[in-house]
Design a protein around this ligand. Structure first.
Ligand code: FE2
Ligand code: FE2
Length: 471
């Protein structure tokens, strides 16, 4: 197991101390990062003690150490998963060759782009979530929010390390730009649209961590297959942290659904908001909005970029190495949903042109599992309404479905019919007001807001009524 030196200015398992130039470059980026954290990270709570886990080594044991930390003093570090012996390129034209330990000149531009796009999402989500601390439904949830935030900060560090270490001056400039762009900024917005909308309430936060962090999971899995070994090892370790973010989303929504189901049963009515719960129909509308915005993050269905990344071995498929095919895909085809004038048909297209859709399909399958679990909570409570993922063509702004009028159940309708239906399908101003009103902070240990059930257990070996945040 690689040792992590906490005596270093920047905790790391990449022997940073042996590369003085790199260490100096990162040490000069660090104060700007902290400045960014203070101005764009979680509002208030800078001096609070938060019960956080910190990575201290990348082995099976001990990468998650829990203790009280003040967030600006969190030990953001650089951790790569252990190298695999004799690792080979698993796909594309160079399949079977040793993986790259440096950036091949011909892939420099594409690799830098992939790292910058991934890196941009990390600080963006911290910026989007910065106001949520004021309305947390419990100290347990407040801790989870901050855990997600500091780890997204660490993911930025992970990408900045790659830029500084492997991309010279261009990389250093990109690392600066990652702190200069801001979520929602008119002049310098974040690169991807879903990361430019503020996360205004906790129902949105839970759906964001369920859907949008899960897009992150699939992007990271695709990069974890990369022939550029430092990128593969970096993303492999990021995936461990990412799992917690999706846990926050999946259990967060499960607890909201649980409380909603209890109130519906007690009241024998769908309309439970006067009891302090969130109506199931509102939950469905939020689900529709977050799912459709997240699907846009996968890019266009037919992507020549994705095809060239694949051929070069830079970005693979989900679980690429475990798949039983030729890993070249030159002859293969793949079914893709294609909207026509009146209906949606399935077209077989060359598989290399459909890599974004493949990743999206794997993502959708994964999303469905959570929805099934939420529906079991509803059934068990005796509620006969269910939640559902909308059709992939619903409410899209990117790709073949952009500008098309697709209903949540997958029918193509007229613009007028869609506009009328959208009132039922997407959160209205009224929904957002009702949810916003429910967002009253709950800051007594062990107490939970009216709209969410307590979690089954605490976190980091603690009880549910533990003082996870001490202000
Ligand atoms: Fe992340
Ligand atoms: Fe995340």
């Amino acid at each position: 197991m690689t040792r992590v030196d906490y005596g270093d200015l920047i905790p790391n398992n990449v022997d940073l101390g042996d590369d003085k130039r790199l260490e100096r470059a990162l040490a000069s980026w660090q104060p700007r990062y902290l400045e960014w954290w203070r101005s764009a990270g979680p509002q208030h709570f800078a001096s609070s003690d938060v019960y956080l886990r910190t990575a201290v080594s990348v082995g099976k044991e001990g990468w998650a150490n829990f203790d009280y930390v003040k967030m600006p003093e969190y030990r953001w570090g650089i951790f790569l998963a252990e190298p695999a012996a004799d690792r080979r390129v698993a796909f594309g034209a160079r399949r079977g060759e040793p993986v790259f330990q440096e950036v091949p000149g011909e892939y420099r531009f594409d690799l830098r782009r992939l790292i910058v796009v991934q890196g941009d999402t990390e600080p963006a989500s911290v910026e989007q979530q910065r106001h949520l601390g004021a309305t947390a439904p419990s100290l347990y949830d407040l801790r989870n929010l901050f855990q997600v935030n500091v780890e997204e900060g660490r993911h930025l560090w992970a990408m900045v390390y790659l830029l500084h270490r492997y991309f010279g001056r261009d990389g250093r400039e990109e690392a600066e730009a990652l702190l200069e762009r801001h979520s929602g900024d008119v002049d310098r917005p974040r690169l991807l649209e879903a990361f430019n909308k503020p996360t205004t309430d906790w129902l949105s936060f839970f759906f964001f961590t369920y859907f949008t962090d899960r897009d992150g999971k699939f992007q990271l899995h695709a990069l974890a297959e990369s022939a550029f070994d430092p990128l593969a090892r970096t993303t492999q370790f990021m995936l461990k942290e990412e799992a917690h973010h999706m846990f926050v989303g999946a259990t967060g929504i499960a607890r909201v659904v649980q409380r909603t189901a209890e109130l519906m049963r007690a009241e024998d009515s769908d309309d439970i908001q006067r009891l302090g719960g969130i109506n199931l129909s509102t939950i469905q509308r939020y689900l529709n909005a977050h799912f459709s915005v997240t699907l846009d993050l996968f890019g266009s269905e037919g992507s020549s970029n994705a095809a060239s990344y694949y051929a070069a071995g830079l970005k693979g498929r989900f679980h690429e190495s475990d798949r039983q095919d030729d890993h070249h895909l030159a002859e293969a085809s793949y079914p893709v949903d294609s909207p026509g004038d009146a209906d949606i048909t399935i077209r077989e297209v060359p598989a290399l042109q459909a890599l974004n859709v493949m990743l999206q399909d794997d993502f959708i399958d994964d999303c469905r599992k959570g929805v099934d679990r939420w529906n079991r909570i509803l059934s068990k409570a005796g509620v006969d309404v269910q939640l559902a993922l909308p059709h992939r063509g619903f409410n899209r702004s990117v790709g073949a479905f952009a500008g098309r009028h697709v209903t949540p159940d997958g029918r193509i309708v007229s613009a007028a019919e869609w506009e009328l239906g959208a009132r039922e399908w997407l959160p209205s101003e009224h929904d957002r007001d009702v949810v916003a009103e429910l967002m009253q902070p709950c800051t007594t240990p062990g107490e939970f807001a009216s709209w969410i059930a307590p979690p089954e257990t605490g976190v980091g070996g603690r009880e549910r009524d533990f003082a996870y945040v001490r202000t």
